[in-house]
Each structure stands twice: as structure tokens, then as C-alpha cells.
Design a protein around this ligand. Sequence first.
Ligand code: NOJ
Ligand code: CA
Length: 697
Amino acid sequence: MKTSHSALILCLGIIFCLGSCVQTPEESLSSESMTLGSPEGLNTVRFFIKDGRFGYTVAHKNSTVIDSSFIGFEFRDLPAFGDGLEVLTVTKEKLSETWEMPWGEQRLVQNNYHEIVIELGETGELKRRMDVICRVYDDGVGFRYRFPEQDNLGEILITDEHTEFALTGDHDVWWIPGDWDIYEHLYTHTKFSGIDAISKRDHPNLAQTYIPENAVNTPVTMKTSEGLYLSFHEANLTDYPGMTLKVDAANLTMTSELVGSELLGGKAVKTTPFVTPWRTIQIADRAGDLIESNLIVNLNEPNKLGNVSWFTPMKYIGIWWEMHMEVSSWDMASGKHGATTEHTKDYIDFAAENNIGGVLVEGWNTGWEHWIGFDDREGVFDFVTPYPDYDLNDVVQYAREKGVEIIMHHETSAAPRTYDQQMDTAYSLMESLGIHSVKTGYVGKIIPEGEYHHGQWMVNHYRRALLKGAEHKVAINAHEPIKATGIRRTYPNAISREGLRGQEFNAWSVEKGNPPEHLPTVVFTRMLAGPIDFTPGIFKIKLAPEKPGFQINTTLAHQLGLYVVIYSPIQMAADLIENYEGNDAFQFIREVGVDWERTEVLDGDVGDFVVIARKERETENWFVGGITGTAARTYTLNLEFLDPGSYTARIYKDAPDAHWNDNPTAYVIDEITVRNTDEVVIDMAEGGGFAISLFKQ
Ligand code: NOJ
Ligand code: CA
């Protein structure tokens, strides 16, 4: 049974001053008052004014991790902000609270931080003001800017935000380019000085891409030569453009580069008073601690939707992979329409028989014949009219009788104005049918030209979809989305999103498929932002005869491991149902949970491997997933995370001769009894992995 959200705040946060709350300008200039440590003292931020410029440093356990870095803004038709500054007041507070996720990687989240608010003013004539708000946690730091209402700063066009991050060395970096339109690039691992985003401009299989600078997108994860892990991102991206980070290799410095708009001729239109998103730095001694960190969600506001029990986390299957395999098509005119009433009922039957909660149906609505290749995509899709061979009411009724929910699909083809016009009607239809989730898509260049997927205008569009969805009890899984920045805390109907190179790339390109190290990199980069609709679970690894030469570049056991490794409250079993029939390994997909009481990242390193254990909510069951990249490895799994008592462990692992390319579908299933004092040794093949179900006896 779900608890209503109002009852979920277990312990109300207590905000109180740290020492003297408001200090005078003279006092505030002392380095002590401008310094703030995290609750356990692991991280420290120091602010300072130097030659009229405001800056900061960050230290972890007394070693500097961010060197003197400065901040500033540029506006159209107004002098820049950043020089001639003085500190007016300094305020310190702290908060310690526990909040509950309606669904998530864990049920209870600790939110403990120390906060400093520094009020800055210009010493010159204009006397403009800006506050810097910084929260220091034991797992990192977040800071944002607040522009109060004031005479000399009203409606402004921000043409640049300059937030610097001065690194202390030429770190190892796992990065994707600072593309204003898409996050679907492969991660590249180089030294910071070796980042060359421009070389990623020429990319096949992407319907939109725009990389104006040598910049990276966030989250961007780094490892220092001392073995410390850093990840840079942002939290609570609201009414503001997404942030990329421009690379200055010579000075080992990154500077925020906001996504722009050619229609605006700048980056963000704002009117004071306003706050910016948080600029975040996650800091961890262990790579796995980055995944366990809750910094990004903690920096967002509490749930504003109240009781969201109308959505239930679920596994789903769909009429989807078959289109990417070109077995069927989205459009009816093709003569091989996938989304027919009959075919959907087969999927509903399979879901009902196999503990799968949802069925996604792509290509159910009119407009698909105009999808690809048409420049004018405005007004093409209709989100309420099914093709004649798809009886929406019948399908929904049939699914309901079988205890299965249909998942709606809306491909907007990056024509957001058309979607805005239809959103209310489309979500009303869903509500009337009892459909509570939709997968949206934004393939192609944004219409109007000059706007980008990650700019302020689209950030606001994606937010409108969430808010409108919430009105109609609709949860959103956006593809080609704006990146996740922890908004799911405030609007839990932001259930999942793509925002990475998904499974589908394996069906599109032999050379540009996802290599074995893709997911072991994604979990330490993209997954730090939030839930991922990656669509795991392809069992027919070699895609011939439909796509000769194409394949998934992992073993089948690695695909199973992804159900635990990747977090999402909706988790697809992406293969065709006929590829699951009769395969014993499918038992794992049947039994694995999707909603977690606790998560423990047991081990891993960026791009190499990861092993994660998650305890299912409302049962005593644990599940463990492990995946490795190109290297085979023997992993000794210490079961000390288990609760006391005996468990039946069903272990799905690579067969001794398995290999992602040569023998990907060779797996072994073992069943043994274990306790929390036991260890299990598991061999992972090259590109391999494992999955374990642990049922309390
Ligand atoms: C892109 C999505 O990522 C993919 O999953 C979907 O099938 C197509 N858009 C069509 O909407
Ligand atoms: Ca996509």
C-alpha cells in the first residue's frame, strides 16, 4: 500500500543559524565568515573578493579540488556584472531532514547541508545586487545565483553566464560534447586537455546536433591523479537554458556556456527577482559513491504534486524494437503497420502472463507517413486519432481486464508548438482512458529554427508537459529530452527520460552501435542526473536475418544485469516477445523489482564495471546486477548487505565460454542458498555481466 505524500515527510527539516546569522561587511570579508564546511567536514567552500571580483575555492579533506574560480554575467545593452563587487551581508544556516521518494532508488533520503548566502553589491554607480547561495554537503557542493528585484536590473537578456571551475590537474574525463540539441553521443575518455568536442560534429544517426564550442555536456565525470572522483552538473533547471561547460585546456578551467537561442539573440530572458539553477560538484572517494549521492535531488524543492499513487512503477514491453529492426513500421501506409489491435493484444497477453505491468504502443496515431524527411512537421501528428486498424478503446479495455496498462506514445517530431496546442486534449483523452504514462519524443531540429532542445524555450516546454501531465494524472518519459536535474523530487511524474545513447543505436548502425563499455560509463555519468529509459533486455543479440551484421555488443547476462544497474521506475523488456518465449533467462525479467527500498553500489569504476545491489520495496527480496566493459573479470560478491536469515539465490551469469561477440547468449543459471556471511565468486565474460535474485526463505 502506498502512503500519501503528505505523510511522507518523516522529519521536518530544522533550519537554524550557524553562529551569527547576519554579519556586517567588515566581518564578512574575513576569510572565516566566508568559509563553510559540510556537516561532517568533508568538503569546504571558501568565498573571497579579489580586485573587486567574487570567487570561490572548494576543498575535500583539506586538498583543493577547485582552485580560485570567478563568476560573472553579461547582459544585452547593459554593463556586465562581475567587477567592482563588495560583500554586503553573509548569512549561514543549516538543514537536516529526511524525505521520502514516492518511488526511487531508495525510500528515505537524507538531506543534510550547511548553507551560506552572500549578498553582493556593486560599488560603482549602478549599485546592482546579486546573492550567491551555496549549500555544502558531504557528497558535494551546489551554488546558485539570486538576483533580487532592484531599480537597475529589471527585465534582462542574459547573453552569458561565466561560472568558472578551475581544476587542479589534467584529470581523466568521461565526456560527451556540449551539443545544444542532443545527448545521444558516445562517451569519450581522455585527459581534460584532450577534450575535443568539435571532432564530434560529424555524427551519423542523429537527426539533430549542434556543437558550437569545445564544450562538454553535464553530468561530466572526472578522476584526479589522487583517485578522487568529481562530477559536474546542475540541479533544478527551471526557466533557464541548460548549461554546457566550455573547455580551456591551457588553463585547466571550465566555464559555463549556456545553450542559446538565435531567435532571442542571447541565452535567457529573465525578470528580477529570479534564481538560476544550482551549479553542482559531486565529490567522492569511491566511484560508486557518485551513484549513491543524492545531491542533485536534494537541491530540488519538495514534492508539489502531493499524492501520486495513480502511477505505479512497472516493467513494460512494447511494439517498438520491431520498428527499429524494420520488421514493421510506425505508419500504416507502409503495409507493415506494427500497432494493430490484434498485435497489441498479443503483447497484452504476454505482459499479463509474465508479471509485466505495461505495454507501449508506438505508431498508433495518424501522422507517421509524414514523419521522417518532411521539413514542415508542424501540425502533422495528431495525438488523439488512432489509425483505423488500431481500436484504442478496445485495446485499453482488453488491457484493463488483464491487469495491464497501455503506455501512450507521442512523437512530437520536435514541433513543440503543435504539441502545446494538443497537450490538454491528448492528456484528457489519456485520463479518460485511465492511461497514466506517456513516452514523448522530440526527434529532429526544433521548429522554429533557431531554438534548440536544451535552450530556455524548450526547458519551459518540457516543464509545461510535466505540469499539464500532472493535472491529468499523466507521468512523462521524454525521449530527446532536456537533461534530468532532479526535478523528479518536485514533480515525481517526471518518471524517466532518455537523454543518452539508448539501445536503439545498436539497430541503426554496425560501426556506431554501443560498445561494451557504454553502460559501465553511463552509470557514472548520465545516470547521476536521474532515471534512464535505456530499454535493456535484448536477448537476440545478433540481429540477423533482419539486420545482418548488426548486434548488441554485450552478452545476454549483461543485458539482465542492466535491470538492477540502471535505475528507472519504468523498465522496458525491449526485445520482441517471440525472442523471450522459451528462454529460461527471461525468468529474471519476470521476477526483478522496479522500485527500491535501498541501493548499495558495491563496487565499480568508470567505464570498467559496476556491481549494484538493490532491496525491493515491500518485499524482503534483494537483486544484484553486475556489468563489465571490454575486460573479463572475476568478481567476489560479498553478501554482507543482506538482512539476517537465509535466501534462495538465483544466479544468472555468463557461461565460461561466453563473449560479447563470439558467444553472447551463453549463460548459466545456478540456484543456491546463501546468508549474509557468504561470498559468491562470479566470472564475467568480456562485455558480460550477471544478475541475481535473492528471495528471503
Ligand atoms: C526516438 C525514440 O528514442 C525512440 O525510442 C522512438 O521509437 C522514436 N523516437 C520514435 O518516436
Ligand atoms: Ca532517441
